[in-house]
Ligand binder design. Sequence first.
Ligand SMILES: [Zn+2]
Length: 232
Amino acid sequence: MSVLTVQLERREMGFVELSREALAGYAEALGLAWGALGVGPGDRVVIYDHGSSPVAYLASQAFAPYLERGAAEHTGATAVCVDGLADNVGRLVHVLRHFKPHFLFARAELIPLLLSGPTAVPVGQRAARLVVSADGDTPARGERALWEGRWRGGLSLLARCDAAAFLAAECPRCRALRVPEDLYETQISGPEGRGLLTVRPRFVDIGPTTTELTVSPAVRGTRCAHGGFELV
Ligand SMILES: [Zn+2]
């Protein structure tokens, strides 16, 4: 039985229905992604995203009561979620100033607004690691280098394919995408560095879904040369 139906952002009138078991698997994927990014017990995490984004609605049982455990409970971190509308980016500066997060999750399309113009986050507030959450659209290589040079805490990618209930983070050191193999079957095709990812989740009955995303150097397991990660 579905306990949550979420409208997909990238497919008009597309919905994903999630049972309690599916939500648990999806939230575990986000928890593993947080762990891969280095989020651990006691860390503070700010999420600047829409309520329909799994980055927000799977983050914590504290603001999503249908979740038994969100990513915050899986990692021992504390999360604050702020509305992700571009018009409200200015509000984020105040949240960063008062909460002093170790990690900031934001949507790829908002990053230019966070870096320049009247809504730019002051340099002193950029000590958090910035995690770019992207469903399909991933930053181009040159764009990414620009952002990394200007965001003091560094930048990581959280790959999403909401239509397939897929979430995976890259290792902050080697940038291998760490895909939890007990949660997803995946195949990648295409040239090295940019390919088509075909994914099928094991925890919810959704057929294989293909999405284009930047993968560098390749999809790997939950372990890379820099170690694995565990849920608490
Ligand atoms: Zn690594």
